[in-house]
Design a binder for this molecule. Structure first.
Ligand code: PSV
Ligand code: MN
Length: 424
């Protein structure tokens, strides 16, 4: 489904007066508004190809219908999101869930929607039909060299696919680990994984990055071979300068201080990027900012401070991606909400009074430091986000327009109720 320009223009015209009133008030309260606007516009959040259909749990799946039936339809869906918010300008493919048959036509379809291809994700956590060796007991860590070789070759094939699409990063998440004590020799598993990653790393084109994602548990419940940021850091620092740690917000043990992890990885030049989502219990994959928006803000606070300290380009130098999916929302509405939450946290971090915060820290003025952070967090910057969308040609209220246009009903009409998108 294509969104007509006039739909956005009519929608914006109807909301313009109220928007301008709110923005004017914000300008009177927040002097940095005009400095922040271009940064906000630049930040694009990649959409994962596997989150465009309804998610599920092992207890069931309740599709809302109209799910994309092919990569082309997935690109169309991301194009729709991008037309609505001008903030979702790329798509991240998971292979083999999404293998393009004709790269040139897929690339040109993406370009028509103003999209590029973000990191490509490999998958050695599931067995595929016709696959020679099973990943039941791991992939890159496996005790059998033949299994490791198969997994290495898959990753190299994913790089090849990514090159055809114009991607610049390979994202590796391994479910490798063990379910019971004694099942694995930890050191051997680490060494095997490292050697396998070294072979994959050697196949990276010069201008590519490798992002190594960690996760505390699931599907293995006793040990995971890349279980936390320290382990990921160990691998990537042994691999070389093109390897980085990827932080998925849902992959920590309860109450981990993610903002501190982010700060230190940035300091060491090893933070690759993010998989955004939110959670209350484990890897819940909920809408970003739906449970712990303050934590999200604190993460962005460290990001802005740390990236500025290293003179990094906020929009370009890290990978920004959503990794979420669940049962009960329209996936496209959910993604619109996540993108909004991410950009809101970013905007809040941008208006933190850094000089005052540094002074409070230098004076051990704990109360003042808290006041400074919370002043930024509690400022309603939604009009700023709306203004950045307006200037970029997007909708003032993307979610509202999505509903007004009955997008889901149109997609159901076009695609039916039974198609199941590949992914989680
Ligand atoms: C694993 O839980 C993960 O976060 C990895 O990023 C996977 O690639 C993705 O979810 C989809 O399974
Ligand atoms: Mn992830």
């Amino acid at each position: 489904m294509l969104l007509h320009r006039t739909s956005i223009e009519d929608h914006n015209a109807a909301l313009l007066a109220a928007h301008q009133r709110r923005l004017q008030y914000l300008r009177s309260e927040v002097p940095q508004v005009d400095d922040v606007l271009p940064l906000l516009t630049d930040l694009q959040i990649a959409i994962p190809s596997w989150a465009l259909g309804t998610g599920g749990t092992r207890f069931g799946r309740f599709s809302g219908g109209g799910e994309p039936r092919s990569i082309a339809e997935k690109i169309e869906d991301v194009g729709l999101l991008h037309a609505l918010n001008q903030s979702s300008g790329s798509i991240s493919l998971h292979i083999p869930w999404d293998v393009p048959e004709n790269h040139a036509s897929i690339r040109s379809l993406a370009a028509q929607h103003g999209l590029r291809f973000d990191a490509v994700n490999s998958n050695t956590f599931q067995d595929q039909p016709g696959q020679q060796h099973s990943y039941k007991f791991g992939s890159l860590q496996h005790v059998d060299k033949a299994v490791r070789k198969q997994a290495i070759e898959h990753n190299i094939e994913v790089i090849r696919q990514g090159v055809e699409l114009g991607s610049k990063a390979l994202s590796v998440w391994l479910s490798d680990g063990s379910c019971f004590p004694g099942q694995l020799n930890f050191r051997k598993a680490f060494q095997n994984t490292l050697e396998s990653l070294q072979e994959i790393y050697a196949a990276l084109p010069a201008d590519w990055k490798l992002w190594l994602e960690y996760k505390a548990f699931e599907p293995n419940f006793y040990s995971t071979t890349v279980a936390d940021w320290g382990q990921s850091y160990l691998y990537v620092s042994k691999l070389g300068p093109k390897a980085f740690t990827l932080v998925d917000l849902g992959h920590h043990l309860p109450n981990a201080n993610i903002e501190q992890i982010v700060s230190l990885l940035l300091m060491e030049g090893r933070l690759g990027g993010f998989h955004f989502n939110d959670s209350k219990y484990g890897d819940d994959d909920l809408t970003t900012g739906s449970i712990r928006p303050y934590q999200l803000f604190l993460i962005f606070n460290e990001l802005v401070e740390g990236m500025d300290a290293r003179h990094m380009n906020h929009a370009q130098d890290l990978g920004w991606m959503i990794d979420a999916s669940h049962n009960v929302k329209d996936p496209l509405e959910d993604l619109l909400q996540s993108v909004e939450a991410i950009k809101l946290a970013y905007a809040q971090a941008l208006i933190v009074d850094r000089k005052a915060l540094a002074a409070a820290q230098a004076n051990n003025d704990v109360v003042r430091a808290q006041e400074i952070l919370q002043a930024a967090f509690r400022t309603d910057l939604r009009p700023l986000l709306a203004e950045s969308r307006l200037r970029a040609g997007a909708a003032l209220a993307p979610l509202q327009l999505f509903r007004e246009l009955n997008v889901r009903q149109s997609l159901i009409k076009e695609r039916g109720t039974t198609a199941v998108a590949t992914g989680l």
